[in-house]
Each structure stands twice: as C-alpha cells, then as structure tokens.
Design a protein around this ligand. Structure first.
Ligand code: ADP
Length: 447
C-alpha cells in the first residue's frame, strides 16, 4: 500500500488527486514551477517541491526533476493527472526503472493507443467498430487522392501521433487534398515529431460519444457508460454530459460491453476512455485516451464512484471496488469548462482574480484552484475550473447549471462563463439536439 503519492501535475487535477489521497489516508506531494508557488495544489498538498522555472518543458515535463522529487520526498508512486506526462510511455518506463509505481496503464498499452494507427488496428482486431478509412499510414498525395476517390469526399487527414485537436485537416474535394495532406503532415511533425498520417471518412453529423472503462490489469474490466462531448470548439470540448442525451440504456449496455470485453482481453489496467463518433445509430472508434479525462466528474456523479481512488487502488494491486452489476446510472450530470479566455475569440486571458465566489448547494461540484487574489500564470492551459452539476434528470441538471452559474463570481479576468449562460438559452441545448458541429456553427452565426 502506498503511504505517499507524488502528483506530477498542476491546477484543478492536481487538487483532485490531493483530495482522493487525503480521503484514503495517503500523504500527497505536490510539484510546482516557480510560477506556481502560490497555487492551490501546492497549498493543499502535504508537501511541495519546486521542480523548475515556468516553462513546462523545464518543470512539469522534466522527467529528471520529477524523479528526483520522488526520491527526495520518499513518494512510492506518481499520479500523472491528464496532459503533461500522463500518456508518455518512456516516462512510465523510467518511473518503473526507479522502482516507483506509475498510477495508470502499462507503458505497452500507452504506446499502443498513443499511436492512432496502431490503436485503430488493435481495436479493429478486438471487434470494436472503427471509422472507415485508409489501411494504416498514407505516404503520398497520390495515395491520398486515391483514398479520397474510393471513400468519397469529405475525408479527414489525421496525424497518427496527434492530440488536442492538432494535426487534423479536412479535405472537401480532390482540389483541397494536396494542401490538407501536407498541412496535417507538417503539424504532426512540428507538434509531435512524427509526420505519419492516415485518412478517414469525414462524418458530417456525428456526436462525440466516449465510453469510460476501467481495468484491474488482471483480465477484468468494466464500463461506466458514456459521456456526450459533442459541444466542441476547434476539436476541444467545452460542455460535457452523462448519460448521452441520444443514447438508450440498451445502446449503452451494448457499446459498453464491447469496450469492456476489449479491455479485458488486452489486460488493461486503470482508467481509460474509448472515444467514438456516433452517427445514424452506429459507433465509429476514433481514439483511446489512456488516462483520466478532464470530464471524468460527470461519470463519477451518475455512478457515485471516485475514479481517482479506483486508479490508486488498482495501482496498489487491489481489485476494483465495484462490479459491472453494481454500476447503475443515477440521474444526469453536466460539466462546463471555465477557461480564462476572452469571448468572442477565446483569447487566453491570464491575470489576477480580484474576487472569487464558488457556487454551492445540492448537486453542485466545483473543481478549481481559484481563490481571491490568485494570479493565473500565462504559461499553461487556460482551464481554471470545472463546474459540475447533478440532477435526477436532464431538465433538473440544466436548471441547476443555470442556478449555479448565476452564483459563480470570477472577477478580474474574462472567462467562458458568458458562453454557458448563452448556451442555456438555446432550444437545441435544452433538448439535447446537437452534433460535433453545432457549437462552431452557432459561434459563426454570432460573429
Ligand atoms: P484528438 O486526439 O486531437 O483529440 P480525435 O481523433 O479524438 O483527436 O478527434 C477530435 C475531434 O475531431 C472529434 O471529437 C471530432 O469532433 C473530430 N473528428 C475526428 N475524426 C473525425 C471524423 N472521421 N469525422 C468527423 N469528425 C472527426
């Protein structure tokens, strides 16, 4: 059993892990850059170690600094959160070589799913439905044009190493293909050091539906239903809900079983998310994330489980604390991402918080490191908080979201809160009738 866990992350997710550790009686060690000395995760953890200057490459991504912090503090395990080193297979290998435990899946599974072409091939073999497209990588414009013709336009060219919406380009016609192909390759190379790309049919009216899975690393796995994360801007999620408004209990059970069986078969360990596009009643696998997702709290709300606690248990070699039969959907949950961004162009807006008041009451959860007087540093992601509401059904969750947003005060900077007030006045949002293109089209109309 672990006595001490080091959290190789910052912001709300680092706090989230500190909270789980405290409830489990485990000491927590925060690491931070010099820009984050005053951050809440540093204040709340039992110990804190400065690991470098502001740029993440010299702090939150510095493997030697993080390993040294473990050795100095005597932490036995590392929780990576999301982003940063959470899906870096070589980091996992180094952690294990130092006799430390990585709280997450094996390096092998991270590597398998981190390369999108390998991930798709694996999922296909495991019987998971995939988006139709090229067999593996596509090396030339000529080959890309041939695929465009075979599958019919539009198609999407995707970097195999891509993530965070980078390295993806749509080609609507053969004329657009050469530029789209070269741009996707160039983005893959510059952002991820890998120019390999593959091609998929571009689905025009899908929803983004992702299935939460959990494996014990011993051949057992369960699913915790789905989240609908279709409301996206530039392929980045802003509003997530569970269960999905378009998914029936039968559909959930069927796709959930497909995913859980696949994960059991490969002996997956810990939390994972299998992402699909869902169109005309069919699921198409797009990628798997081998970590905890930003939007995990909506799943926690409807199933009443603590996913971080479960990750820690599994990493300690314990079995899952629930079986598939124990997992019953209870009500409806919605999360909105509060970003330090100025509308309408979503420009990053770091700065000093002059006044902060978090909403509360029945069914309201706020995961955030904000406090009065806190200065948001300009070096990192703009996510500064998540507001999660839970109700007995979707209308109740929506009403609660409206009420909670009204109580929230974040003064001194601009945030995405006005976006959510506006969305809650839209009939399509209230009825749950939206696809992955809805938000961009709606924003374009406002511009
Ligand atoms: P990333 O790893 O960068 O997040 P994903 O493969 O998960 O990339 O795709 C992110 C988003 O891009 C999806 O949620 C969807 O909105 C869009 N997308 C990806 N593949 C397709 C496709 N074949 N057709 C239509 N949209 C797609």
């Amino acid at each position: 059993m672990f006595d001490k866990i080091l959290i190789a992350n910052r912001g709300e997710i680092a706090l989230r892990v500190v909270r789980a550790c405290r409830e489990m009686g485990i000491q927590s060690v925060a690491v931070h850059s010099t820009a984050d000395s005053d951050a809440m995760h540093v204040r709340m953890a039992d110990e804190a170690i400065c690991i470098g200057p502001p740029p993440s490459t010299q702090s939150y991504l510095s493997v030697p600094a993080i390993i040294s912090a473990c050795e100095i503090s005597g932490a036995q395990a590392i929780h990576p959160g999301y982003g940063f080193l959470s899906e870096n297979a070589s980091f996992v290998q180094i952690v294990e070589d130092h006799d430390l435990k990585f709280i997450g899946p094996s390096a092998e599974h991270i590597r398998m799913m981190g390369d999108k072409i390998t991930a798709k091939d694996t999922m296909k073999e495991l019987g998971v439905p995939c988006v139709p497209g090229s067999e593996g990588g596509v090396d030339s414009v000529e080959e890309a044009l041939k695929i465009g013709e075979d599958f019919g336009y539009p198609v999407i060219i995707k970097a195999t190493a891509g993530g965070g919406g980078k390295g993806m380009k749509v080609a609507n016609s053969a004329e657009e293909m050469p530029t789209a192909f070269q741009t996707a390759r160039a983005e893959g190379k510059s952002n991820f050091g890998n120019s390999e790309v593959y091609i998929e049919k571009y689905l025009t009216l899908p929803r983004h539906i992702e299935v939460q899975i959990f494996g014990d690393g011993k051949g057992n796995a369960v699913h915790l239903g789905e989240r609908d994360c279709s409301l996206q801007r530039r392929h980045q999620k802003v509003f997530e809900e569970a269960p999905g408004p378009a998914i029936s209990a039968e559909t959930r059970a069927a796709i959930g079983k497909t995913c859980a069986d696949a994960m059991a078969k490969i002996g997956y360990s810990g939390a994972g998310t299998i992402e699909f596009l869902y169109e005309n009643g069919e699921f198409y696998f797009i990628e798997m994330n081998t970590r905890l997702q930003v939007e995990h709290p909506v799943t926690e709300a409807i199933f009443g489980v603590d996913l971080v606690r479960e990750q820690i248990r599994v990493a300690q070699g314990e079995s899952l604390s629930f079986t598939q039969d124990d997992l019953k959907v209870n009500g409806h949950a919605i999360e909105v991402r509060i970003n330090a961004e100025r509308l309408p162009d979503f420009a990053p807006c770091p700065g000093r918080i002059t006044q902060y008041h978090a909403p509360g009451g029945l069914g309201v959860r706020v995961d955030s490191g904000l406090y009065d007087g806190y200065s948001i540093p300009p070096y990192y992601d703009s996510l500064i908080g998540k507001l999660i509401v839970h109700g007995r059904d979707r209308p109740e969750a929506l009403a609660r979201l409206n009420r909670a947003l009204g109580e929230l005060i974040v003064d001194g900077i601009d945030t995405t809160v006005p976006l959510f007030h506006a969305l809650l006045a839209e009939p399509d949002i209230l009825s749950g009738d939206y696809t992955i293109h809805w938000l961009e089209e709606w924003l374009a109309k406002l511009a």
